[in-house]
Structure formats: structure tokens, C-alpha cells
Design a binder for this molecule. Structure first.
Ligand code: SF4
Ligand code: SF4
Length: 391
């Protein structure tokens, strides 16, 4: 029997659940999303101890409302985050169990192996804890998630044949990316005969709303299909891919993704060529490929709104407007209460955490120079006032 026997191919990724203006997860909307997903016959949910508020929210939206046997549930342990010994790692496991109310985990993963993080799973002997929890019946299947290099993946899978599956970033935009090496990572995992769950198939939403030229290309071939559906079909068409996770946080997204997977059509040869063409367009635009995962923000000692700043830089590049980029910077960083990039002390902590291996410090410098340095004072004040009706 396969590791993912009885699991629907579309998985509900719970990292980017919808939030209210207060910042709290919108549990009522999450319940509606869960209902659409379950009604359509899907059942796989993926979260992590490190996803702020996600495990508690899914208790209310899912475990308190559906029979346990209808649910397939995955969460993750991050021994490299807030741990000083094996007892802290076990505390993460216990908190996940208590917060979700899941009773046991169908799937349990080591979160984001690679770089200096892998050593923490060894140092705190997380491998033994997993084996023990499996014997106790608290973990069904065991996997790892990674944004690592093919070499790192190869080494871990060779040293730990007990790993049953790998969660990895695959999308058509990154497939041939020389830094992320998405295709080589995929081939390495398949060489070891492991099943795959795909994360970031839409690249944090970027491929749902790509550059206008990409949208025009995809619409010219399948006018009724969304751009997101192309990205999901790319990931879902690969051999060995058992689940494609999508971080859905709106009804329209959920309905569109469910439609894509209910009557799943693998990509044809000519459609692969269309995506090759789309990739060439994307590569030519030179946007910073941030997926808004926010790992960097957790590490930043200055509380800088890093993904918001990068989104503003991308906005400036895409629309060739510093002023609009600055407007985005205010909207996405200043007004939600995050520090502006001018506060950056170049410590580099964010870059260690970034799974996309982005040059974040350089992005902060560009934002300061291009967005903040070229908007004149009068416009800056008025743009800020535009966001603040009490003024
Ligand atoms: S380099 Fe700048 S943005 Fe990155 S963690 Fe340090 S202060 Fe924050
Ligand atoms: S900069 Fe990197 S770590 Fe930060 S949100 Fe973007 S992709 Fe994630």
C-alpha cells in the first residue's frame, strides 16, 4: 500500500489561512473553506508547529467538526526553532497534539531540513523521537520537508532510509532555476523512490497572477482556465507526486483549485511547451521571487516588514513606478506596524532563514534607495495621509 493511499491529490496547505484585520485567523471563513474542500471529496491538510495560530484554528475549523476518520493530517517539527534540547523538540510535538486535538498525526515531518538546520535534528536526536512516537501509534507516516539542495536531499535520504516521503517546492517558474534547482531536487527524490508532496506549486500566489504577457499566453490556449490551474496541473502531472498543497485563503481560490483537481487533466506535450514559453517571459522580468512565507520576519531583530518591502520593490519594477512602489511600502509595511527597510542593520539573519535563498539585504537597500529616496516629501506626506483618515 502506498504512503498516500486514500488521500486526495489536492492538499489544503494551512500556512496562509485568512486573517481578520486584527491579525487573528478568520476561523469562520476557514470553516467555509474546509467545508468546500471536504464536500468535494478531498481530505489532506498540512500545517506546522511553526505556522502561527494555524494548529489552534484548524482544531476549531476541522477536528471539532468532522469525524477523525475522514481526515488525513500532517504537521511538522522544527528542531532549529526555539529549541535548546530534546525536551523542547518533544514539547513542540505535545503542543501540536494538544492544539490541534488530532489525537494522532497521519503524517509527521521534519520541517525544512537543509543548511545549518539539519544539524539540529541530529543534535537533539529528533530521529529517535519520531521512531518512539511511531511505536506509540502517534505518527502514521514519516517525511521531511525541504528547500535544500539536491546534494543535501540526497545525503539525508541516504542516511535515513526510514523517511517515507519528501515535501518539496515544485512549480513551473522555478523548475530550471539555477539557485533553487527544483527539477534536480525532484529527480533526486525520485531516484530514492520516495513519494512527493508538493509545496508552493503557485509560488506563493505569484503564478496565480503572473505578468500580463504570461496571462495572455495562458488564456490564448485555455481561455476558461485560471493561471493558477496551469501551475497546479504542472505539479500534479509529475510522476511520483501524491499530493499538491495549495495555501487557499479565499472561496474563489478554493473553488477554482477544487475544480482543477476534480477532473484532473495532466498536461499535454504542447502544454508543457506553453509553460516553457511562460517561464522564459517570467525569467526576463527580473522580479524578486519571494513567496511571502515570512520565515525571514521571525528572525529579524528590527521587525522589518521584509516580504511587504519585497512586494513593493516588485511592484515598482513591474509597473515602472517608484511612487506606486512607495505607496505599496506604506500599505504593506508601515501601516500594519512593521518597521521600514531603512531600519535594516544588515545582520543577515533573514537570509539564513529564507528558503528561496534571496539576497534580502540587497532588496532592503534597493527599497531605501529607490522607493524612499526618490519620492519627494510633499507626495510622501500626502500618500501617508491618504491611508490615515483621522489626520
Ligand atoms: S539583514 Fe536587515 S532585514 Fe535582514 S534580519 Fe537583519 S535587520 Fe532584518
Ligand atoms: S524573503 Fe524569503 S523568507 Fe522572507 S517571505 Fe520572502 S521567500 Fe519567505
Amino acid at each position: 500500500m502506498g504512503v498516500f493511499e486514500g488521500v486526495g491529490k489536492l492538499g489544503f496547505g494551512l500556512m496562509r489561512l485568512p486573517r481578520l484585520e486584527s491579525g487573528e485567523i478568520d476561523v469562520e471563513l476557514t470553516k467555509r473553506l474546509v467545508d468546500i474542500f471536504m464536500d468535494a471529496g478531498f481530505n489532506y491538510f498540512d500545517t506546522a508547529w511553526a505556522y502561527e495560530g494555524s494548529e489552534k484554528a484548524i482544531k476549531e475549523a476541522l477536528f471539532d467538526r468532522y469525524p477523525r476518520e475522514r481526515i488525513k493530517f500532517a504537521t511538522k517539527v522544527a528542531s532549529w526553532m526555539m529549541c535548546n534540547g530534546p525536551e523542547d523538540v518533544e514539547r513542540q510535538f505535545d503542543e501540536s497534539l494538544a492544539d490541534t486535538g488530532a489525537g494522532f498525526f497521519d503524517y509527521y515531518l521534519l520541517h525544512n531540513i537543509g543548511d545549518s538546520r539539519t544539524a539540529f535534528f541530529d543534535k537533539y536526536d529528533t530521529w529517535s523521537m519520531i521512531a518512539r512516537k511511531r511505536e506509540e501509534g502517534l505518527i502514521g507516516h514519516f517525511g521531511v520537508s525541504t528547500h535544500g539542495t539536491p546534494e543535501e536531499i540526497d545525503r539525508v535520504l541516504t542516511e535515513h532510509p526510514e523517511i517515507e516521503f519528501v515535501q518539496v517546492q515544485i512549480n513551473y517558474g522555478d523548475w530550471e532555476n539555477p539557485v533553487l534547482q527544483s527539477r534536480k531536487c525532484y529527480e533526486t527524490i525520485r531516484k530514492h523512490g520516495k513519494e512527493i508532496t508538493v509545496m508552493e506549486p503557485i509560488k506563493g500566489g505569484m503564478l496565480a497572477n503572473p505578468h500580463t504577457r504570461v496571462q495572455q499566453l495562458l488564456k490564448s490556449v485555455r481561455p476558461d482556465d485560471s493561471c493558477a490551474s496551469w501551475a497546479l496541473r504542472f505539479a500534479g502531472s509529475l510522476e511520483g507526486v501524491s499530493v499538491v498543497l495549495s495555501g487557499m485563503n479565499g472561496i474563489d481560490q478554493m473553488e477554482d483549485n477544487v475544480r482543477t483537481f476534480k477532473g484532473f487533466e495532466p498536461l499535454s506535450e504542447s502544454e508543457y511547451e506553453v509553460l516553457d514559453e511562460a517561464r522564459k517571459i517570467i525569467d526576463g522580468i527580473d522580479l524578486v521571487p519571494c513567496t511571502n512565507c515570512k520565515y525571514c520576519e521571525k528572525m529579524c531583530p528590527k521587525n522589518i516588514g521584509i516580504p511587504g518591502t519585497i512586494a513593493a520593490v516588485n511592484y515598482m519594477k513591474e509597473y515602472e513606478s517608484r511612487e506606486n512602489g512607495f505607496f505599496q511600502l506604506m500599505s504593506l509595511v508601515a501601516f500594519p506596524g512593521k518597521a521600514l527597510p531603512v531600519e535594516c542593520i544588515h545582520c543577515g539573519a533573514c537570509e539564513v532563514a529564507c528558503p528561496q535563498k534571496l539576497q534580502i539585504r540587497e532588496c532592503m537597500d534597493i527599497a531605501v534607495e529607490e522607493l524612499m529616496g526618490h519620492v519627494d516629501e510633499y507626495k510622501r506626506v500626502n500618500l501617508i495621509k491618504g491611508f490615515n483618515p483621522q489626520d
